[in-house]
Design a protein around this ligand. Structure first.
Ligand SMILES: [Zn+2]
Length: 439
C-alpha cells in the first residue's frame, strides 16, 4: 500500500467545482480521498505531508497541443524528456501532435505512442491522430479506427488543411465520433516566404511577413464548414484580433467551435524577434500588442476556451541557423505558468480564469474517455499541481528537462513557479526548496 499524502493548508483553486479557498487535500492509493476546507484535519492519522501554506493547489494542468517529436525526431525531444518537462511545468496530461516520422495516421502508430508513454512517460500522454494519410493533405485517415485506438482529435498541425473538400469530409466523419478537427489555420498562399508577423518590424528587419489575413482566411473557412457540416472544429493557436472576432461571432451563432491560445502569444509581441532572434521565431508568429489585448479579452469572455502550450522543441544547432532557415517553435512547458502568472500579477487576468483555461476547460475538450481530468473532485485520479504564485526565478534553458532549449525567455525573470506536480498520486516533480514531511 502506498502511504497517504496530505497537501496541507494551500489555496485550493478548482474552477470546475467553483472552489477557491484555503483547505487541505488527502491522496490515498492514487486518488483524491478527502478535501477539507479551512484548517480541518483529515479523518485518518497516517500520512506524509506537503506543507502548502501560501501555495496554490489546483488540478494538474492539461495541455491539448504539444509536440513530443517521437518517433522520428528524438534529437529534438522524446516522450521521456518531453513528459519530464511537462511535469516541471505543472502538466499532468499532454496531447501530442501527430507530425512525427512516421506520422500518427494509423492505429499501430497510436498504440506505439500510448505504450511508450506508459513505459517511459512521467505524465499522461494522449495522442492526436492526423487528418490525412501521411499528412499529405489528400486522403482522409481511417478516423473510426484511430478513434477506437484512443485519439482525442485529429490534426495535420504544422500544416493547414488546404483542401476544402478534405476539411469538409473530416468534419463530417468526426461528427458522429464526437471528436474535434484541430486546424492550424494558415493560408499558405499568403505566408510564402514569411517568417515573422507582417508589419512594421518585418519591413524594418527585411524579413518575409506572415499577415494576419493568412490566419483569418482559414479560420473563416473552417467556421463556415463547421456550420455546414455540424462537425466540431477546434482552432489551434489563435493569434489575431480578427480571428478572435470570427470565433466570437461563430459561437454566438451556435457553430460548434472551440479555440486555444498559447502562453507566448498572450505575453509577447513581434518586438521579441528584435531582442531574441530565432528564439522568437514561431508559427503562427508573435503579433502586435493590439492582438495580445484581444486574445486576453477572448480568454476573459470565454471566446477562447483553453490555453495550450504548442511546446515545440528544436535542437540548438537548428535554431542557430540564419533567421530564414531556422525552424519555427518555442519550448514552452517549463515557462508556461511563470509567464502566464505575469498576466495575473498585472491585473489582466483573474487567477481562477487562468487555472480554468489550464484545467477543467481543456479537460472538457478531451472528454471523459480517459477518466475525469482537470478536477480535484473526491474519488478522481489525483493529478495535482502545487505552485508558488509569488516566487521569482530566472529562466535558464540549460536547466530545462526538455531537450529543446529554444525559448525567447532565456534570462527573463518570471514570477510564479511550479513547486510540485503529482500524477496519479505520485510525486513526479518537486522543487528543491519544497520539503515533504515524512511521518
Ligand atoms: Zn500549428
Amino acid at each position: 500500500m502506498m502511504k497517504s499524502l496530505l497537501i496541507r493548508g494551500g489555496h485550493l483553486v478548482d474552477p470546475g467545482q467553483g472552489m477557491d479557498e484555503t483547505g487541505s487535500l488527502l491522496i490515498t492509493e492514487g486518488r483524491v480521498s478527502w478535501l477539507g476546507r479551512g484548517d480541518v484535519a483529515p479523518p485518518q492519522p497516517d500520512y506524509d505531508v506537503i506543507p502548502a501554506e501560501g501555495l496554490v493547489v489546483c488540478p494538474g494542468f492539461v495541455d491539448v497541443h504539444c509536440h513530443l517529436r517521437e518517433p522520428g525526431f528524438e534529437q529534438k525531444e522524446t516522450i521521456a524528456t518531453g513528459t519530464r518537462a511537462a511535469a516541471r511545468g505543472g502538466f499532468t496530461t499532454v496531447c501530442c501532435m501527430p507530425n512525427t516520422s512516421p506520422p500518427l495516421d494509423n492505429q499501430a502508430a497510436v498504440e506505439y505512442i500510448k505504450s511508450k508513454a506508459v513505459a517511459e512517460g512521467a505524465v499522461r500522454v494522449l495522442p492526436i491522430g492526423s487528418i490525412s494519410r501521411d499528412r499529405k493533405g489528400q486522403e482522409l485517415v481511417d478516423m473510426g479506427a484511430l478513434a477506437s485506438a484512443g485519439v482525442i482529435g485529429f490534426s495535420d498541425d504544422g500544416d493547414p488543411v488546404r483542401d476544402e473538400g478534405l476539411m469538409r469530409q473530416a468534419l463530417e466523419c468526426c461528427r458522429p465520433l464526437g471528436l474535434p478537427v484541430i486546424d492550424h489555420c494558415e493560408d499558405r498562399a499568403l505566408t510564402e516566404g514569411g517568417v515573422i508577423n507582417q508589419g512594421e518590424i518585418s519591413v524594418r528587419l527585411g524579413l518575409g511577413g506572415m499577415p494576419a489575413a493568412a490566419e483569418e482566411n482559414v479560420v473563416a473557412r473552417d467556421l463556415r464548414l463547421a456550420e455546414l457540416t455540424g462537425g466540431w472544429v477546434h482552432i489551434a493557436h489563435v493569434t489575431t484580433e480578427g480571428a478572435v472576432d470570427l470565433v466570437r461571432r461563430a459561437k454566438e451563432k451556435g457553430i460548434p467551435v472551440t479555440a486555444e491560445v498559447t502562453p507566448h502569444h498572450l505575453t509577447l509581441t513581434e518586438e521579441a524577434v528584435v531582442r531574441c532572434g530565432t528564439g522568437a521565431k514561431v508559427n503562427p508568429p508573435l503579433r502586435t500588442s493590439k492582438d495580445v489585448q484581444a486574445l486576453i479579452r477572448g480568454l476573459i469572455d470565454g471566446v477562447i476556451d483553453v490555453i495550450a502550450t504548442d511546446h515545440a522543441p528544436h535542437t540548438e544547432a537548428e535554431k542557430m541557423r540564419e533567421f530564414d532557415a531556422a525552424p519555427f517553435g518555442i519550448s514552452g512547458f517549463e515557462t508556461a505558468l511563470g509567464s502566464l502568472m505575469g498576466l495575473v500579477h498585472g491585473g489582466q487576468l483573474k487567477l481562477a480564469n487562468l487555472i480554468s483555461r489550464l484545467t477543467c476547460e481543456p479537460a472538457r475538450i478531451i472528454g471523459d474517455r480517459y477518466g475525469r481530468l482537470g478536477t480535484l473532485g473526491v474519488g478522481t485520479m489525483a493529478d495535482v499541481t502545487i505552485f508558488d504564485p509569488d516566487k521569482e526565478w530566472v529562466v535558464d534553458p540549460a536547466s530545462f528537462a526538455s531537450k529543446g532549449k529554444n525559448t525567447p525567455l532565456a534570462g527573463s525573470v518570471l514570477k510564479g513557479r511550479v513547486m510540485a506536480t503529482i500524477f496519479q498520486g505520485r510525486l513526479v516533480y518537486k522543487d528543491d526548496s519544497l520539503r515533504v514531511e515524512v511521518r
